[in-house]
Design a protein around this ligand. Structure first.
Ligand SMILES: Cc1cc2nc3c(=O)[nH]c(=O)nc-3n(C[C@H](O)[C@H](O)[C@H](O)COP(=O)(O)OP(=O)(O)OC[C@H]3O[C@@H](n4cnc5c(N)ncnc54)[C@H](O)[C@@H]3O)c2cc1C
Length: 441
């Protein structure tokens, strides 16, 4: 195995975790990352499910490096009614500095024999016939037996693959959420009603934002599905201050504008010599953009498919098991959420208010939604609860008109995911991908 060379393009979370699993099996694995050593990540904390670490074979970080996340309280646009999660202890997510997450993953990978080359920008793939055979980098061409694409949403590897591989190149505007995130100084000792407040369409703006009141600072994240963030950032933060007096005016950490993919997972994640993981394969949760846990879990599925390929061909056919496993365990639950997000954008703030106040969305839905792996939990519910939801929906004919096609579309997406070819046949896979992609249009 040591003569089989695996290239990981970009030090994404899924890529470095897959690298560790494969190096532990004896593969020669090198990660090529454009940033300088010690500069990865953002100046803020992230939240993810720790069970993902266990799945990826990574130990828990030291106890002083993380804390358990507060339950979130979700608010409708008027901010009057809040629905609080009640996440059971064993499902609690952890909150950790992004830089510490990276350090933990990198140290683990290095201990397994992974090599990392920093300050090496990847420019695109190298093709030999129809096989991805290497990467072009600013430091020269590098060839390998398998290229794992962990370069994130705008991966130059994925974007420059030839059309005939059938792998979508770019995320469209509708597929991303624009984010501003900063930690502000604490302006007051006043107690706030909900410590971790998540708001949908706050101030009538099409987006989602959170305000988490911490001991030392207030963590503000503003996400918009359009390009309005630059225009009204100050006005909007003032609006948030109007009901959260702890939110100061001085940015103490962060303060960056970034984008996150919020769409269905990539329809074709593998090809001969190639596998995409993490944000490169759009593995984030479509509404809120969390992607760390999914990338970590996917690393195990990818490594298992690679290790199971006894002839070490690393073709679309042998890597297909990775994609089908990912969809079975995670992707098929996320894809319907992508439809849900699109419908959400057609709703008015009043309609979202109605969903909260009429009981169509309940604290139990919000709690179940904390485990975004599987949307079926949200749909199942108990029969009485479902009847009540439908009754309330029927009272608002406009809303009913909007949500009925959504239900049909979700049904179509669920059915399409179930019809994904079990075995790899390029023509059948490409035909399936066409139908899958079309079902989100
Ligand atoms: C503001 C914000 C908040 C978030 N909060 C959370 C959260 O709380 N919980 C959660 O689960 N997720 C969160 N996410 C999402 C999460 O960051 C991603 O889903 C997750 O990191 C998986 O992405 P990735 O590691 O595959 O890609 P990325 O994080 O994009 O990493 C890609 C890596 O590849 C490198 N790279 C890119 N291009 C090149 C190139 N050309 N050559 C070489 N290297 C390259 C980059 O430098 C980077 O190191 C958040 C994202 C943002 C932006």
């Amino acid at each position: 195995m040591e003569n089989k060379k695996i290239i990981v393009a970009g030090l994404g979370h899924g890529g470095i975790s897959a690298a560790a699993l494969l190096a532990a099996e004896g593969f020669d694995v090198t990660v090529y990352e454009m940033k300088k050593e010690g500069t990865l990540g953002y100046d803020w904390t992230d939240i993810f499910a720790p069970k993902a670490l266990e799945i990826a074979g990574i130990p828990m970080p030291p106890e002083d490096k993380f804390e358990y996340k507060e339950d979130m309280t979700f608010f409708a646009p008027t901010c009057k009614k809040g629905l609080r999660q009640h996440v059971p202890q064993e499902q609690l997510e952890i909150k950790m500095e992004r830089r510490d997450i990276y350090e933990h993953l990198i140290n683990h990978a290095l201990s397994k024999g992974v090599k990392i080359e920093y300050e090496c920008e990847v420019l695109g793939p190298i093709m030999l016939g129809s096989r991805v055979a290497g990467i072009r980098t600013a430091k020269g061409d590098i060839y390998g037996d398998l290229i794992i694409d962990a370069c994130g949403m705008n991966s130059p590897v994925r974007s420059n693959l030839p059309e005939y591989l059938g792998i979508e190149k770019d995320a469209g505007r509708d597929d991303k959420i624009s984010i501003f995130r900063a930690f502000y100084n604490k302006a007051s000792e006043e107690d706030v009603e909900a410590k971790f407040r998540v708001m949908l369409f706050a101030g009538g703006k099409k987006g989602i934002c959170w305000v988490a009141s911490e001991e030392e600072y207030t963590d503000l994240l503003i996400g918009r599905f359009d390009d309005s963030l630059n225009e009204d950032l100050e006005e909007f933060t003032d609006y948030i201050r109007s009901f959260n007096p702890r939110l100061g005016t001085e940015i103490v950490r962060g303060g960056q504008f970034v984008e996150i993919p919020v769409r269905q997972p990539l329809s074709v994640m593998v090809s001969d010599g190639y596998a995409a993981i993490g944000d490169s394969a759009f593995m984030t949760v479509p509404l809120i953009g969390s992607g760390i846990a999914n990338a970590l879990k996917a690393s195990r599925m990818l490594a298992d498919a690679v290790i199971a390929d006894k002839n070490m061909e690393f073709t679309g056919k042998t890597l297909w098991k990775y994609q089908t496993e990912y969809y079975k365990k995670i992707g098929a639950g996320l894809a319907p959420l992508a439809c849900g997000r699109r419908v959400l954008l057609t709703l008015t703030p009043d309609e979202i208010d109605y969903c909260f106040s009429s009981g169509m969305i309940t604290e139990s839905d919000i709690t179940m939604g904390a485990d975004f792996d599987n949307m079926s939990k949200l749909i199942d519910g108990d029969a009485k609860d479902l009847v009540n939801k439908i009754k309330n929906l029927c009272k608002d004919p406009e809303l009913l008109k909007k949500l009925l096609p959504c239900a049909a579309q979700i049904g179509k997406v669920v059915a399409t995911c179930a019809l994904m070819p079990k075995k790899y046949n390029k023509d059948r896979v490409l035909a399936w991908a066409k139908v899958y992609n079309y079902s989100f249009k």
